[in-house]
Design a protein around this ligand. Structure first.
Ligand SMILES: Cc1cc2nc3c(=O)[nH]c(=O)nc-3n(C[C@H](O)[C@H](O)[C@H](O)COP(=O)(O)OP(=O)(O)OC[C@H]3O[C@@H](n4cnc5c(N)ncnc54)[C@H](O)[C@@H]3O)c2cc1C
Ligand code: FES
Length: 362
């Protein structure tokens, strides 16, 4: 793609704004953040302002070999610097897409993204005081929020508590330090699980817990909390906040994988009249399960001991696509499936509920 001269490209008068949809973007630069984390920055051939709600994500549509693969990534940049956007990706051992991105994606390459979308964001839950909690690469959505609040001089009081494995694993370390020295209302606290030989660290060590939070942010009950990290981290945070009588309606979290909330069904089968139950059969796996009407097919699969891969959980990325062979279902998706696929009987199992007996080709 040919880029316009920078004066034309950055002309704010004729610049369009992107919206949720399918977009071709190109990689502008790649930044090595830590030994296993890289940031990829993107723009489009035509001038575009990348506005979104800090915390939202996009889904990459990649051609890897003969396969089309989709994975969701948080937009780690902030809409306050809107002429490009970035994602920050951690290598996952054995992971298909994260390793492909690290090993292949370079400045000048084009790819397709879907989005932006996502309910985990700081615009829908405005507050004067926030507590941003992150573990590992879960820092990406809360970093987007912090950058936004910092760049816009929003006057929001931020306590930012990041947990990393070791000092070498602290993502955005220099920028976090910079923000904390520039404004009064940005309090940075980094906790390292451990230090390796040769690593200097005078900050907190171990895991975040109720006692440590009380020291770090004694006023945490007055804050809107945004949390993202590994499941074990978020389970611990949720548990000690509940035990501390925190008003959980002010707690918001993002999972990069499976969440307990994603697994809940409309009703448990035990609460449902026997005759109302729907039988979901997974023909290839040879398994079946009875669930209440309104249960998603992905949740039904898990109850039956069948794992249908899932990424976004919101009907956008297409990871959870399966074919319905027989039966009544209702799908409420966000663009992750084409009309042709729907005509062929495919559905997105994360956002398709059952209303009768269903047979699935899985
Ligand atoms: C909303 C959202 C936002 C996200 N934001 C970010 C972000 O900002 N940064 C980020 O780094 N990630 C983010 N993620 C996670 C990201 O989408 C990917 O899940 C992650 O990069 C791993 O993808 P992968 O293709 O590398 O791994 P996958 O190929 O999906 O594999 C994941 C793991 O499963 C194992 N595995 C794969 N197949 C099998 C199999 N058949 N049997 C047994 N084990 C198997 C792999 O070895 C690996 O350990 C986000 C996810 C969501 C849903
Ligand atoms: S998991 Fe993304 S569409 Fe279902």
């Amino acid at each position: 793609m040919q880029r316009l001269s920078s004066l034309d490209y950055f002309n704010p008068v004729n610049t369009q704004t992107w919206a949720n949809g399918r977009h071709q973007v190109r990689c502008l630069k790649v930044i090595q953040e830590t030994h296993d984390v890289k940031t990829f920055c993107f723009d489009m051939a035509q001038p575009m302002l990348f506005f979104f709600k800090p915390g939202q994500f996009i889904t990459l549509e990649l051609a890897i070999g003969t396969e089309t693969v989709m994975r969701s990534y948080t937009i780690s940049s902030a809409p306050s610097i809107p002429y490009s956007f970035s994602i920050t990706v951690k290598r996952v051992a054995g992971g298909q897409v994260s390793n492909w991105l690290h090993d292949n994606l370079q400045s000048g390459d084009s790819l397709i993204v879907h989005g932006p979308i996502g309910q985990f964001n700081c615009m829908d839950f405005p507050a004067d005081k926030v507590l941003l909690l992150s573990g590992g690469v879960g820092i990406t959505p809360v970093m987007s929020m912090a950058r936004w609040l910092f760049n816009t001089n929003a006057g929001v009081d931020m306590a930012f508590v990041h947990s990393a494995r070791t000092p070498d694993d602290i993502i955005y370390r220099a920028e976090l330090d910079y923000m904390s020295t520039r404004i009064e209302n940005f309090r940075l606290h980094v906790i390292c699980e451990k230090t390796l030989t040769g690593q200097a660290w005078s900050g907190y060590r171990g895991y975040l817990n109720a006692d440590l939070l009380q020291i770090i942010a004694p006023d945490f009950r007055q804050r809107e909390i945004f949390c993202c990290g590994p499941a074990v981290y978020m389970n611990a945070v949720r548990a000690f906040l509940q035990a501390s009588d925190f008003d959980m309606s002010r707690y918001h979290e993002e999972s990069f994988g499976e969440t307990a909330a994603n697994l809940t069904t409309a009703e448990s089968p035990a609460q449902c009249e026997a005759e109302a139950l729907c039988r979901v059969t997974f023909r290839e796996s040879g398994k079946s399960v009875q669930v209440a009407p309104g249960t998603t097919l992905n949740a039904a699969a898990l109850s039956a001991g069948v794992t249908i891969p899932k990424a976004c959980g919101m009907g956008i990325c297409g990871t959870c696509k399966v074919r319905v062979l027989d039966g009544q279902t209702e799908m409420n998706h966000n663009g992750g499936i084409s009309e042709e696929e729907v005509e062929e009987g495919y559905i997105l199992s994360c956002c398709t509920t059952v209303s009768g007996n269903v047979d699935i080709d899985y």
